[in-house]
Design a protein around this ligand. Structure first.
Ligand code: GLY
Length: 332
């Protein structure tokens, strides 16, 4: 299994479950539930950073290689285990994606507990963000996209218990408040050679209510094809959506790319198609980060980030470890 930097505990639990005979996708979702429970992981599940109305909205998706089926929820409120709800969408419905009130009603009917997902820490972060607004919100003028929203970097590091550093302006000072596109992704390959994946997130912090990123969209935040491989994405969802990121990675692997080359190809595509000036630095490089993950059917794997300095999680032979991701742009 491979995953985002914050997936190490998820991989450990998923590995235990798999060893005990739980199917691959259920094991992955169980591992991700552990991270959704963690109030200190402010980009996933309970304790995730809220939207601009101070409400936590979760997005998640699963994809199963054997059946080539998927399930997803978007804008889910008041239910912490978004990945489990996504799995139920896949198993119990003929649909692929439920959103907002419909997703919430579906989860309630299945008996998922309802609760306030906003922790005190996340509420205080929202208050700080609100107090520091100006050009740091998501609203832009139609003719001039001038907001600097989404270009600041949170100083937290992998494993620090702080917000994922997915907001990257390489030399920007850290903002005063936690700010994130952080997400958890896991792709896995079992002993029978079958693949599965899951992605879960509270999405872009302080987003406009109803904003949905790449995570719950099949082909963007994740994609699994049992004949080829599995892929996922974290980071700026809008940019991943606009190139169908995870599908592109799997298609490149099908054409013969190594997992890392497939990720780098997709990152290059994102970089070349980032035209808005507020999303490019003086050298034309994207001011944000995206990290992409790829696992091939034969067990080859890799991950790459837009910018240097990111890690990802790997589980091989029952042991989880962090590895450096390849990158498109080196630090100056
Ligand atoms: N990649 C997560 C998001 O943009 O919502």
């Amino acid at each position: 299994m491979i995953g985002s930097w914050n997936a190490l505990p998820a991989l450990a639990r998923a590995s235990e479950q798999l060893a005990a005979g739980t199917p691959l996708l259920d094991s992955i979702v169980s591992g991700i539930s552990l991270v959704e429970d963690d109030p200190d992981e402010m980009s996933v599940g309970y304790g995730g950073l809220p939207n601009e109305d101070c409400v936590v909205e979760l997005d998640a998706a699963v994809m199963d290689g054997v059946t080539h089926r998927s399930g997803a929820v978007a804008g889910l409120r008041a239910v912490r285990h978004a990945a489990r709800v996504a799995l139920e969408v896949m198993r119990r419905t003929d649909h692929s994606l439920l959103v907002g009130d419909g997703a919430h009603k579906f989860a309630a009917l299945l008996g998922f507990p309802e609760e306030n997902l906003l922790t005190d820490r996340a509420r205080k972060a929202w208050l700080d963000w609100k107090a520091n607004l100006s050009d740091r919100d998501a609203w832009v003028t139609p003719d001039q996209a001038a907001s600097s929203f989404g270009t600041a970097r949170w100083a937290g590091r992998a494993g620090s218990g702080l917000v994922a550093p997915e907001m990257l302006a390489p030399d920007a000072p850290p903002p005063k408040v936690p700010f994130t596109y952080g997400t958890i992704h896991v792709s896995g390959l079992d002993a029978a050679g079958n693949l599965a994946s899951c992605t879960s997130t509270s999405g872009l912090s302080y987003k406009i209510a109803g904003r949905v990123g790449d995570s719950p969209v099949v082909g963007a935040g994740l994609y699994t094809d049992n004949a080829v491989g599995s892929a996922g994405a974290t980071g700026r969802g809008e940019s991943v959506l606009q190139v169908c990121g995870s599908h592109t990675i799997v298609a490149r692997m099908e054409s013969g790319d190594s997992p890392i080359d497939a990720c780098l190809f997709t990152l290059k595509k994102i970089a070349e198609r980032t035209r808005l000036t507020h999303l490019r630095d003086e050298k034309g490089r994207p001011t944000f980060n995206v990290t992409l993950y790829a696992l091939r059917k034969d067990g080859a794997f890799g991950a790459a980030s837009m910018h240097e300095g990111y890690e990802y999680a790997v589980l091989e032979n029952g042991k989880a470890r962090a590895e450096r991701a390849a990158f498109l742009f080196a630090k100056d």
